[in-house]
Write a protein that binds this ligand. Sequence first.
Ligand SMILES: Cc1cc2nc3c(=O)[nH]c(=O)nc-3n(C[C@H](O)[C@H](O)[C@H](O)COP(=O)(O)OP(=O)(O)OC[C@H]3O[C@@H](n4cnc5c(N)ncnc54)[C@H](O)[C@@H]3O)c2cc1C
Ligand code: FES
Length: 270
Amino acid sequence: MPNPYQPIKTSLQDVIAETGNIKSFVLAPDEPLAFEAGQFVELTVPGLGEAPFTPSSSPAEAERLTVTVMRAGRVTTALHGLEPGAVLGLRGPYGNTYPLERFAGRDVLILGGGVGLAPLRSLLLALLLRRGDFGRIILCYGARTPTDLVYRGQLTEWASMEGLELHLTVDKSEDGWAGKVGVVTETLDDVELDPAGAVSVVCGPPIMMKFGVAALLKVGFGSEAVYLSMERNMSCGFGKCGHCRVGPYYVCRDGPVFTFEQLRGISGIW
Ligand SMILES: Cc1cc2nc3c(=O)[nH]c(=O)nc-3n(C[C@H](O)[C@H](O)[C@H](O)COP(=O)(O)OP(=O)(O)OC[C@H]3O[C@@H](n4cnc5c(N)ncnc54)[C@H](O)[C@@H]3O)c2cc1C
Ligand code: FES
């Protein structure tokens, strides 16, 4: 029987510095690794360990996938020190996906903070591939400062893209920033939509998710129409070890995508 922990060899093709502590890593696995938006992979730095990341690239590209990583501790610091040509391990994909069939025909409001735009970029690229299936697509994204915004080149492209409404904000301005200043939930004041015909998707640091969900419920979204991408410390990634337990769920197997309806009432989710 094949070893489920055995990673596929993958070479690091490119490293893109997004901000002072976030880099994107373009990976070329030895075998194509097909995933769908929302799923995650375990990336191994040989000799050091592995960590879970959600690809930030389009699910349509199985030969080359990108993960966008914030430096946090051992594995992520080692990753940040790597140069193109390094050899890594990759296993997965694991977990569930954003249920695009349930999004069909509805407006999709995406609310992201900081590095939380990584899984949301993969979702957005998947939605844009099937643009005609959805109503309005609205991206509200915030970071601490303008230099903390990830994918800056792509944000400029998205700002003028037909069929996508982009609302950017930063907590604190810097020289040259002419955009909005304020926390990301304040961008919801600039969006007029009927929550009855919409779904929303949130990803970001825990505090942002907490206030983001509260703001979405306040503007009228039902808790079953608010989707979250949850993060927990993980080990196996496929429902065996119990490390990622949240209430009755294993985040790796039952998530990482949950509706707020599934999670409300569970203590310590943020
Ligand atoms: C499904 C999933 C998808 C993820 N996607 C991304 C992504 O796209 N980009 C990204 O930058 N990060 C992502 N993460 C978080 C990432 O896995 C952690 O930052 C990473 O595991 C830290 O490893 P480390 O060895 O560098 O840090 P460690 O040395 O293990 O820890 C450093 C610090 O980070 C905390 N930490 C470790 N793991 C997590 C975690 N999972 N959640 C919250 N805090 C943690 C530790 O408690 C400690 O305080 C994701 C996590 C999950 C579960
Ligand atoms: S990481 Fe092992 S059960 Fe979820």
